[in-house]
Ligand binder design. Structure first.
Ligand code: SF4
Length: 207
């Protein structure tokens, strides 16, 4: 077993102890097989914005498969995007990435619109989170530091006209274009045990 594989397995063990269903994989093939095994055919599937899912080709497979995908990326206008976000809140399965996972097993995300954080916390019957080991941080302080580090990258990628998109450094802007609007912490999964599945991969994915 590789060192990254061991890290992923340790993390999965911690997450299971906090009421999440969690599994670790050394390779993408096994992880994807597990992921699609958790999505019943014909399910209404919602998506959270995620570079990890894009890197793994998950969105394309959901489009091609026997699923009723709520395709937020096919929206032709902001109104349609918001409609997809709202619909995804009542999806049967919500598939997403995550911004940070603490060593203690807390899941931390930051959103521009809040749709991902909201769906992870309540609404969809099942939530599936896919994460590389690069998302693992020591504690909540480390998670917030990670959020500040990655948010400028996302601003640049998504074309948000923020100071950090230019400089790469957060200045805690207070402008309408700000992307860091909603931070969600899922402390544990015990309220609805095994509703949230975490799939950990022994590699770096997304940011
Ligand atoms: S708060 Fe503003 S400046 Fe800081 S990372 Fe977020 S969008 Fe960029």
């Amino acid at each position: 077993m590789t060192a990254l594989g061991e890290t992923a397995r340790d993390m999965a063990r911690v997450l299971r102890g906090r009421g999440f269903a969690a599994a670790a994989f050394d390779g993408r093939e096994g992880a994807l097989e597990h992921l699609f095994g958790l999505i019943p055919p014909n399910s209404r599937v919602g998506l959270g914005g995620s570079m990890t899912l894009a890197e793994l080709g998950v969105v394309d497979r959901l489009r091609a498969g026997p699923y009723r995908l709520i395709d937020r990326y096919a929206a032709a206008s902001w109104a349609e995007t918001m409609a997809a976000y709202r619909e995804a809140l009542l999806s049967e399965v919500f598939v997403t990435g995550v911004n940070a996972i603490t060593r203690a097993g807390e899941l931390v995300c930051i959103d521009s619109s809040g749709n991902r954080v909201a769906a992870m916390i309540f609404g969809p019957e099942r939530v599936i989170i896919v994460a590389g080991v690069n998302k693992i941080v020591a504690d909540l302080e480390g998670a917030f530091a990670r959020l500040r580090r990655i948010a400028p990258l996302n601003c640049r990628r998504l074309g948000h006209a923020t100071p950090c998109a230019e400089t790469g450094a957060c200045v805690d802007c207070l402008i309408p274009e700000r992307m860091c609007n909603y931070t969600g912490i899922i402390h544990h999964g015990l309220k609805e045990k095994d509703r949230i599945h975490v799939i950990l991969l022994a590699e770096e994915l997304g940011y």
